[in-house]
Design a protein around this ligand. Structure first.
Ligand code: NAD
Length: 333
């Protein structure tokens, strides 16, 4: 595990927002029990505290959707133990409230922001994002209702910055170019990791940074595909991708078995996402953290050297499924 003398992580600008975020961010969806239900809340609160004060991880991302508000509630308890509000950057979302429950109307956006602040125990949010915009019934409701409502809250000083999240890379440009208000940030997930580098390869990362938009690269372990434990049952990846990741994780564990090093492919996956892709224009890479153990493991991984030979071996095994994606969102004609 990391010792307490671990150097702090680099900080980067989140686009033009003026916010400085650590290159590794705290993804709080696991605090809602979405990967495993048995979250130890007091350990999770300790993880938030350690993340900020021992490792310099200053960006925390949540949503009312994660665990039906549980992630925000648990994170709120943890934030209450932190010092100054200005010490950290707090991001949450609006619009998604269940697997099939979406509401991007302007009235709901305002209510949602108020309810999130209440659960999180804060009077201001640094970033609020429309959650999974590809599921909105129409693109208009995002650009004509949700984003203008967020922009109004930004003008009122209740929120600092606004953005969108979603899986298909094509949607960001589509929303940005049709939005009447300026976006500050985009959260992309599962496209900046060992098995999928399309955020960079497609030119989307360069496009976003050229627009002055801050990019959050989420799910560096591809929501569990790139871990020894494997993905949760709800993971949307096609079977062939799951199988290749499983075989690769087993191969990795065997290579490492004779050494004292960690045998979980998650370590290499995190190093690759943060230390390689993360340095190509990403503001922060958001990894899901559910405990002090996960936090310490991840902090230690970033301080360890990246094993180039193992990386090449893993990339060879994953080559047949590289950039293989899955469909996400409401089909449109
Ligand atoms: P991830 O790839 O970061 O993590 C997947 C799982 O691996 C989690 O259960 C995590 O706790 C676990 N893990 C973390 N470090 C590990 C380690 N060293 N060894 C073994 N397991 C480890 O996926 P994620 O949590 O879905 O993504 C990170 C964050 O990004 C989320 O918490 C959320 O804040 C954000 N996110 C947003 C969206 C969206 O807006 N649509 C989608 C995905 C992720």
């Amino acid at each position: 595990y990391a010792d307490r003398t671990t150097p702090r992580l680099e900080r980067r600008k989140l686009g033009r927002t003026g916010l400085m975020v650590s290159e590794l961010g705290f993804g709080a969806s696991p605090l809602g029990g979405v990967f495993r239900p048995d979250i130890d809340e007091s350990d999770a609160c300790q993880a938030v505290h350690e993340a900020l004060y021992d490792y310099g991880i200053n960006v925390f991302d949540t949503s009312p959707y994660y665990g039906h508000t549980r992630s925000e509630v648990v994170l709120g308890k943890a934030l209450a133990r932190l010092g100054e509000r200005d010490d950290y950057v707090l991001a949450t979302k609006v619009g998604r409230y269940g697997a099939d429950n979406f509401d991007f109307s302007k009235e709901r956006v305002r209510q949602s922001v108020e309810a999130s602040m209440e659960r999180l125990g804060v009077r201001r949010l640094d970033l609020v994002q429309c959650h999974d915009v590809e599921f909105a019934p129409t693109r208009q409701i995002i650009v004509e209702e949700a984003l203008p409502a967020l922009s109004q809250l930004r003008q009122e000083g209740i929120i600092g910055a606004i953005g969108i999240t979603g899986y298909p890379l094509s949607i960001y440009r589509d929303v940005i170019e049709s939005s009447p208000v300026e976006l500050d940030a985009v959260l992309s997930y599962c496209h900046g990791c060992l098995c999928d580098t399309s955020l960079v390869d497609s030119g989307v990362l360069a496009y976003l940074t050229d627009c002055g938009i801050g990019v959050l690269n989420a799910s560096p372990l591809s929501m569990g595909l790139l871990t020894a434990r494997g993905p949760p049952s709800w993971h949307p990846a096609p079977e062939t991708l799951k199988q290749h990741c499983h075989n690769t994780a087993e191969w990795f564990a065997k290579q490492r078995a004779s050494t004292r090093a960690c045998t979980d492919i998650a370590e290499l996956a995190l190093q690759f996402a943060v230390l390689r892709l993360g340095r190509e224009g990403v503001a922060s890479t958001l990894v899901g953290i559910d405990s002090t153990e996960t936090l310490r493991r991840n902090a230690a991984a970033l301080m360890a050297p990246l094993d180039e030979e193992l990386l090449a071996g893993v990339q060879r095994l994953l080559a047949p499924v590289r950039n293989l994606s899955w469909s996400s969102g409401t089909p449109r004609s």
